[in-house]
Design a protein around this ligand. Structure first.
Ligand code: P6P
Length: 338
C-alpha cells in the first residue's frame, strides 16, 4: 500500500513549483477542496432530500437550473470569497462576473472561472456530474475591483485548472502546469488521497465520445471522422468504441485514463458548439495538454483563442493527440460548403 498522501500535503509539497510561490495558490486550491467536499456530501444524498429537480429559474444559458446547480455555485463562491486570494469569479450560473468587494479580496491576485455543476441535467437519473475550475492571475491593478479583462484572458495564461468528478467515487484532478495529478476522496476520513500521480493520456485512443443524435447537422469533416472510426480497425487490432455519458467531466475523465476523444462540434441547436470556452474548454484543454493530449476548436489550439465574452461557446475536440489531429485533418480536407 503506497504511503497515503493527502491533497493538502501534496499541494504544500509541490508549492515550490508554483510561479512566484507564495502559498496563495496553495490556499486557493485548498478552498476549492473544501467546497468540493461540501458539494459531494449533498450530491451523495440528493435522492434523499428535496434538493434535486429544477429550481424553476433559468441560467444565462436558458437551461433549467437544478437546485444542486444553485447550491454548488453558492458553496464554491462562498469558499473562494472567504480566503484572501481571489478578487472575483465568473460562473456558468452567473450572468455577469461576481466582484468580491471586501478589502481582503480587492488585494487578491487571482480570479477563478467555474462550471460549478456540469452535466447537472443528469442529477435526477443518478449519472456522474462534475465541477470544473480555471484560475488566472488578475491583469487589473491589485487593490481595485476585478474587471472583465481579468476573465477574458486566453487559456494559455491559466495558472491552474482542474475538475471534480462526483461518480462511483469522487475524484479531484488538477494541474498547475507541472503535470496532472488525481486524488480520490475517502469519505470515512474526509480527505482526498493521492491516487493518480502524473496522469498521462494514451497518445492513440480507441474511444470517441459524441452525441450522434446531432449527426445530420455535423460539419462534413466530423461526419468523415465518425465514419473513419466506424470503418477502420487501428493497427492494434481492437476497433474503435463509442462511449457518450452526456456529462463532459465524466467523458473527459474516462478518456484521460483510457485514451480517446470527446467531440462537441457545431450543431443546429448550437451553431458555435455547446461547450463554453472560458470555464469548460480552457480548463480541460490545460489538463489534457499537461497529460500529453490535445484540445482544438477544429482548426487551432483552444488555449490560443482570445475570448470575447464570458459565456462564449466554441466547437470542442479534446483528448488523445492522434485522434484530435485526425479530426483537424478531416475538417480541413472536407470544408463545409457555405
Ligand atoms: P448534449 C452538459 O450540459 C454539457 O455541457 C456537457 O457536460 C455534456 O458533455 C454536454 O453538455 C451534453 O450535451 O447536447 O449531448 O446533451
Amino acid at each position: 500500500m503506497p504511503d497515503m498522501k493527502t491533497l493538502g500535503e501534496f499541494i504544500i509539497e509541490k508549492q515550490h513549483e508554483f510561479p512566484h510561490a507564495s502559498g496563495e495558490l496553495s490556499s486557493l486550491l485548498s478552498s476549492i477542496r473544501l467546497a468540493a467536499k461540501i458539494v459531494n456530501r449533498e450530491i451523495n444524498k440528493a435522492g434523499l432530500v428535496d434538493i434535486t429537480g429544477s429550481v424553476g429559474s433559468e441560467n444565462v444559458q436558458g437551461e433549467q437550473q437544478q437546485k444542486l446547480d444553485v447550491y454548488a455555485n453558492e458553496r464554491f463562491k462562498a469558499a473562494l470569497e472567504a480566503r484572501d486570494q481571489v478578487c472575483g469569479v465568473a460562473s456558468e450560473e452567473e450572468d455577469e462576473m461576481v466582484v468580491f468587494n471586501k478589502e481582503l479580496n480587492r488585494n487578491a491576485k487571482y480570479v477563478v472561472l467555474m462550471d460549478p455543476l456540469d452535466g447537472s441535467s443528469n442529477i435526477d437519473v443518478n449519472v456522474s456530474v462534475g465541477t470544473i475550475f480555471s484560475i488566472y492571475r488578475r491583469v487589473s491593478p491589485v487593490g481595485g475591483p476585478c474587471t472583465e479583462e481579468d476573465f477574458l484572458q486566453p487559456g494559455n495564461r491559466q495558472v491552474a485548472a482542474g475538475y471534480v468528478v462526483y461518480g462511483s467515487s469522487t475524484m479531484l484532478v488538477y494541474t498547475t502546469g507541472n503535470g496532472v495529478h488525481g486524488f480520490t476522496y475517502d469519505p470515512s476520513i474526509g480527505v482526498f488521497c493521492l491516487s493518480h500521480e502524473n496522469m498521462t493520456i494514451p497518445e492513440k485512443g480507441k474511444i470517441y465520445s459524441i452525441n450522434e443524435g446531432n449527426y445530420v447537422n455535423f460539419p462534413l469533416g466530423v461526419k468523415k471522422f465518425i465514419k473513419y472510426c466506424q470503418e477502420s480497425v487501428p493497427s492494434e487490432g481492437r476497433p474503435y468504441t463509442s462511449r457518450y455519458i452526456g456529462s463532459l467531466v465524466s467523458d473527459f475523465h474516462r478518456n484521460l485514463l483510457k485514451g480517446g476523444i470527446y467531440l462537441y462540434p457545431s450543431t443546429a441547436s448550437y451553431p458555435n458548439g455547446k461547450l463554453r470556452l472560458l470555464y469548460e474548454c480552457n480548463p480541460m484543454a490545460f489538463i489534457v495538454e499537461q497529460a500529453g493530449g490535445s484540445a482544438s476548436d477544429g482548426t487551432g489550439r483552444i488555449m490560443d483563442l482570445k475570448p470575447k465574452e464570458l459565456h462564449e461557446r466554441v466547437p470542442f475536440f479534446v483528448g488523445s493527440t492522434d485522434m484530435v489531429e485526425k479530426v483537424e485533418e478531416l475538417i480541413s480536407s472536407y470544408p463545409d460548403l457555405d
